[in-house]
Design a protein around this ligand. Structure first.
Ligand code: EPU
Length: 418
């Protein structure tokens, strides 16, 4: 197992190129199951989560050709409809295979992520929507066994907007009979990217990017060519790094329009942010003002940037309140940031952060991807000998070569074997 070592205190400067979005690539890869032929996908990031979904899809019979420039995906000869526990347990997004397998083969056997039972979080909305589309399901030894003759269109109202739930049902509905209407759908850019890919395959979808999505079932699909959108969470992580270290970072190959909420908050914190075309220039002012945030579904402040923004607030002037409304308990990073000298109090789903002049280096670890990123950010500004971030397989799930990118910006950071 590897760890990341950081000697904090360097000002970061230069430009960094953002990779393709993990959370767009995952549903888009699973959508390749809908039809045979060679799909051609550009800008697929090199990440552990992508390897995981490719492994599961390979077990199903999908063939991948990685030509360097594009990943080609072929699902002509599927030989199985099962996503096994050993792989699913490492990545909840594996549930995204359920919709396309049911659409193509009328059956699927998928291990429930985290061993959750039907009706309980985190996939009850997916299952309820599929039941409304005519799917019969039963639970057996932690697996959901699902079957249907042909999916039928339905009116589905999500209790709360669910990102992968919206994606799963959108994929399932593409070849269903009749029209499916998804209300209270998630509006994240990754959903629009998936819809673009599905339309390229021949799907009839409207309304993606709003809270009501219309999908009229079609009979014939063909393989698609698609370029994955840039990862807005990776871009946001570098923006926050610029604000924290006081340097000037140009974040290239990103979509500033996907980062509106973060841009506003960083400006309120005193950071200079200039968005032009597909890049964002961030200039830390040296003095960080405290700002309150509340996470929300898109276009609100992303829960996937909450931990990183909290690292910034740890060195701000004054107090800030950070409210997490998307997940009940996404404060895993707090106790580790405290080990680095941060002053944070948790009260329910709110954290009160009292900004300090400095953070101190320490060995830390986190059991969540974004929490781990916040610890790397804290390490970049920490005083003392060295910060070691352990268990970085979480980082490798969602950040491509994070330490190399930070090193190119001037950080003293490297990867070491434990
Ligand atoms: N929920 C349910 N039942 C469901 C589905 C969701 O109760 O059937 C609840 C969840 O527990 C949560 C809320 O609804 O409280 C929203 O969850 P959502 O379904 O939107 O999350 P997700 O689809 O599982 C995706 C991203 C997450 C990101 C969230 C929120 C992917 C693969 N994952 O998860 O990304 O935090 O949306 O934006 O797209 C990450 O990349 O680090 C990450 C965790």
């Amino acid at each position: 197992m590897d760890k990341i070592v950081i000697i904090g205190g360097n000002t970061l400067n230069g430009s960094v190129k953002v990779s393709g979005a993990k959370n767009a690539a995952l549903p888009i890869l699973s959508a390749c199951l809908l039809t045979g032929g060679w799909h051609r996908l550009h800008n697929i990031p090199h990440l552990k989560d992508i390897e995981t979904i490719k492994s599961i899809m390979s077990e199903l019979g999908v063939v991948f050709r990685d030509g360097g420039e594009a990943l080609e995906v072929n699902s002509d000869d599927l030989n199985d409809c099962e996503a096994p526990y050993d792989l699913v347990k490492t990545m909840r997004a594996s549930i995204l295979l359920l919709g396309p397998l049911l659409a193509r083969y009328g059956k699927a056997r998928i291990s429930l992520p985290g061993g959750c039972a039907i009706g309980a979080r985190p996939v009850n909305f997916h299952l309820k929507a599929l039941a409304a589309m005519g799917v019969d399901m039963f639970l057996d030894r932690g697996y959901v066994n699902a079957m249907v003759d042909r999916l039928k269109g339905a009116n589905i109202i999500f209790d709360i907007p669910t990102v992968t739930g919206t994606e799963n049902i959108m994929i399932a509905a593409v070849t269903a009979s009749g029209e499916t209407v998804l209300k209270n759908a998630a509006k994240e850019p990754e959903i629009q990217d998936l819809a673009d890919m599905l339309r390229d395959m021949g799907a009839d979808i409207e309304g993606d990017g709003t809270d009501t999505i219309y999908i009229r079932g079609v009979r014939d699909l063909s393989p698609a060519r698609h370029t994955i959108i840039p990862d807005r969470i990776e871009a946001g992580t570098f923006m926050i790094a610029g604000a924290m270290t006081g340097g000037e970072i140009k974040i290239e190959s990103c979509r500033p329009q996907h980062l509106g909420a973060l841009i506003e908050k960083l400006k309120s914190a005193g950071t200079r942010v200039k968005a032009t075309g597909d890049s964002i220039l961030v200039k830390g002012s040296g003095s960080i003002e405290s700002v309150d945030i509340e996470t929300m579904p898109y276009p609100g402040f992303a829960t996937d940037l909450q931990a990183q923004f909290m690292a910034l607030m740890c060195i701000a002037n004054g107090r800030s309140t950070i409210k997490e409304t998307v997940f009940e308990n996404r404060f895993i990073h707090v106790s580790e940031l405290k080990r680095m000298g941060a002053d944070i109090e948790i009260n329910g789903n709110q954290a009160l952060v009292k900004g300090k002049d400095r953070l101190l280096s320490a060995p830390v670890m986190a059991t969540d991807l974004r929490a781990s990123a916040s610890l790397v950010l804290a390490g970049l500004v920490a005083e003392g000998s060295r910060t070691e971030v352990h268990r970085i397989y979480h980082l490798d799930r969602g950040y491509e070569a994070l330490e190399t990118k930070f090193e190119k910006l001037g950080a003293t950071i490297w990867r070491e074997k434990e």
